[in-house]
Write a protein that binds this ligand. Sequence first.
Ligand SMILES: C[S@@+](CC[C@H](N)C(=O)[O-])C[C@H]1O[C@@H](n2cnc3c(N)ncnc32)[C@H](O)[C@@H]1O
Length: 229
Amino acid sequence: MTMASHPAWRSRDPGKRTLGKGHGAFFAAALRSPREVGTLLPSGPELARRLAAVIPRSGHPGQPPVVVEVGAGAGAVTVAIVQHVDEGAVVIAVEKDPELAEQLRNRQLGVHVVTADALMLPAILADHGVDRADAIVSVLPWALFGPQQQRELLAIFAGALRSDGVFTAAAYSLGYWTPAARRFRHELERFFGEVLPTRTMWRHLPPAMTYVCRRPGQGSDAVTVNLSR
Ligand SMILES: C[S@@+](CC[C@H](N)C(=O)[O-])C[C@H]1O[C@@H](n2cnc3c(N)ncnc32)[C@H](O)[C@@H]1O
């Protein structure tokens, strides 16, 4: 397995990086594929840090952690992930939009950038010589996804995590009570034994919160998650 190494810019201001060149590419992608990008603005540094904060510092005993980011965009959250983990961690950033993926690759953050649909996650992990991930971070536009798409992705993510792994997802608070957002919360509880919503960051544009989900495969739908690998 190739380990990601983190380049010298690690110590620079993550906010400046976030609103740098990647912003134009992100805006263009949002206009091109509004239902897949889901917002005109990349995540702000506070949301990015909160998502990254739950990533374990180490992986399986004696191993560096394996972290997957799904829907990495131009790297707003990737930067916070790289700053959070120790050197040697394996960070795999999955992004469906080829132009955003290329933008992220050009930033040379020391992560493995894969241009693919997150549905391909098992194959992506296998390509990197990884059995399961320690953490999966998502900023996918869950409230715009239909029930089948939400369920399919969550089943894959729960099945791709170690039993002590963590899945974290960002959500926009103003839509918290919409049917799609409530359905997402319900779907999370089907696939994870523990689902913790965090407080709203009101100063984030748009206001956002996160779900921190543990005990994959121990939710109300335990039988559908493949834990045999
Ligand atoms: C809300 S944006 C978040 C981008 C970035 N992580 C951030 O926080 O600014 C959602 C991203 O997920 C990507 N995306 C949507 N569906 C996807 C899928 N099924 N697989 C991989 N990426 C996907 C979009 O192209 C977009 O870049």
